[in-house]
Design a protein around this ligand. Structure first.
Ligand code: NAP
Length: 326
C-alpha cells in the first residue's frame, strides 16, 4: 500500500480506502465492520469514509462502535463524515435537510461526533452544493469547525469546479481554513468531472481527490451481465434508481470485453477497474465499497495490477469503455 498526500495538505491517505455507503447497518453489522476494518488496516488502509446521511446516522454508529472495539491508536487512522442531507425525513425539516447553512452545519458536526464517539473527525465534507446558502456562509462554518477542534480538514463532494474555486478564494481572502479535497464519482464510465472539469484545480489550488464508486456500484465486477443477481446492491429495495445503469447492455458488454485484459494481467475485472482509478495521480485515495469481507480482500488485490497498466493496456481499456463514459 502506498500513501498519497491529500492534495496540498500534509496528511497522507492510503491509495485504497474503505467506505460505508449502503453497506453499514444494512448489510454490515458491527461484528462484520470490525472484521472488515481490521482486514483493511492489516492491508495498510488508513482512511475510512462515512457520512451523516448513510443509513440516516446509523452508519456512523456502526463505525463508532467498531472503532471503539478495535482500540486503534487515534493517530493510525483517518475518518470522514459529510453533511448536507440531514437526518430528518418527516415533520418540520426547515434548516434540517438539503442545506449547508451555518445553523445546520454547526449542529451536524456535534451529532456526528456523538454517534461516532470521537473527539474530532479528520475529514469533513459538504456532501453536495447548496445554491440556497451563500458559499461564504458555508466556508466560515466549515473553517470554524476546524478552529473549534471538531474537524481537521474540510472539503466538498460533487461541487462544480467554479464553486470549489469560489470557496477556496473566500477562505484565502479571509485567512480561513481552505477546502483541501473533493469527493467525486470516478470510474471507467464516469470520468469528465475528474479528468476535465477539475483539471485546473489540481495545480491552481492543490485540490486532492478521494473518489467514490470505483466499480460503479458493482457494474464493473461483471455480475450484472445476466441481470440483477439476488443479494446484490441492485436488488435492494431502495437502490432501484441504480438498476438502469447496472443493467445497461452496452456497458455490460464493455465489461465483458475487459475480462481478457484483466486475465492477462493476472487479475479480474473489478481489480482492473480499481487499479485504473488508482493509476490517476490526481486521485489521493480510491474509496472501496464491500458488502462482505471476501469482496474487500478481492478488491485489495487491485494494488498488484496498478503498475501493470502500461500506456498500451490503458489504450485497450479506453477502446472498450471510453465511448460509453460520461
Ligand atoms: N460522496 C458521495 O456522494 C459518495 C457517493 C457514493 C459513495 N461514496 C463513498 O464511496 C464508497 C465506495 O462507493 P461504492 O460503495 O459505490 O463503491 P463501488 O466499488 O462502486 O461499489 C461497491 C459495491 O459493489 C459490490 N462489490 C464490491 N466489490 C465486489 C466484488 N469484488 N465482487 C462482487 N461485488 C462487489 C458490493 O455491493 P453488493 O455486494 O451489495 O452488490 C459493494 O458494496 C462508499 O462506501 C462511500 O463511502 C461517496
Amino acid at each position: 500500500m502506498q500513501y498519497r498526500r491529500l492534495g496540498r495538505s500534509g496528511l497522507k491517505v492510503s491509495e485504497l480506502s474503505l467506505g460505508s455507503w449502503v453497506t453499514y447497518h444494512n448489510q454490515v453489522d458491527v461484528k462484520a465492520a470490525i472484521e472488515m476494518l481490521a482486514a483493511a488496516m492489516d492491508a495498510g488502509v488508513n482512511f475510512f469514509d462515512n457520512a451523516e446521511a448513510y443509513a440516516l446516522g446509523r452508519s456512523e454508529v456502526v463505525m463508532g462502535e467498531a472503532l471503539e472495539a478495535l482500540k486503534w491508536p487515534r493517530l493510525n487512522y483517518v475518518v470522514s463524515t459529510k453533511f448536507y442531507w440531514g437526518l430528518e425525513r418527516d415533520g418540520n425539516t426547515v434548516n434540517r435537510r438539503d442545506t449547508l447553512n451555518r445553523k445546520y452545519l454547526m449542529q451536524a458536526i456535534d451529532g456526528s461526533l456523538a454517534r461516532m464517539g470521537l473527539d474530532f473527525i479528520d475529514l469533513v465534507y459538504c456532501h453536495r452544493p447548496d445554491p440556497a446558502t451563500p458559499v461564504e456562509e458555508t466556508v466560515w462554518a466549515m473553517s470554524d469547525m476546524i478552529t473549534q477542534g471538531k474537524a481537521l480538514y474540510w472539503g466538498t463532494s460533487e461541487w462544480p469546479a467554479a464553486d470549489i474555486r469560489a470557496a477556496w478564494d473566500i477562505a484565502d481572502r479571509h485567512h480561513l481554513h481552505k477546502p483541501v479535497m473533493e469527493q467525486p464519482q470516478y470510474n471507467l464510465f464516469h470520468r469528465t468531472r475528474v479528468e476535465q472539469e477539475y483539471a485546473r484545480l489540481y495545480d491552481d489550488i492543490g485540490l486532492g481527490l478521494t473518489i467514490w464508486s470505483p466499480l460503479a456500484s458493482g457494474l464493473l465486477t461483471g455480475k450484472y451481465r445476466a441481470g440483477v443477481p439476488p443479494g446484490s446492491r441492485g436488488a435492494l429495495e431502495n437502490m432501484g434508481f441504480l438498476v438502469k445503469n447496472l443493467t445497461d447492455s452496452a456497458k455490460n458488454d464493455a465489461v465483458a470485453s475487459l475480462v481478457p485484459i484483466a486475465r492477462e494481467l493476472g487479475g479480474n475485472v473489478a481489480q482492473l477497474a480499481i487499479a485504473w482509478a488508482n493509476r490517476n495521480p490526481r486521485v489521493s485515495s480510491v474509496i472501496l465499497g464491500a458488502s462482505r469481507i471476501a469482496q474487500l480482500q478481492d478488491n485489495l488485490g487491485a494494488l498488484a495490477l496498478t503498475p501493470k497498466l502500461t500506456p498500451e493496456v490503458l489504450e485497450r481499456i479506453d477502446a472498450a469503455t471510453l465511448s460509453l463514459a460520461a
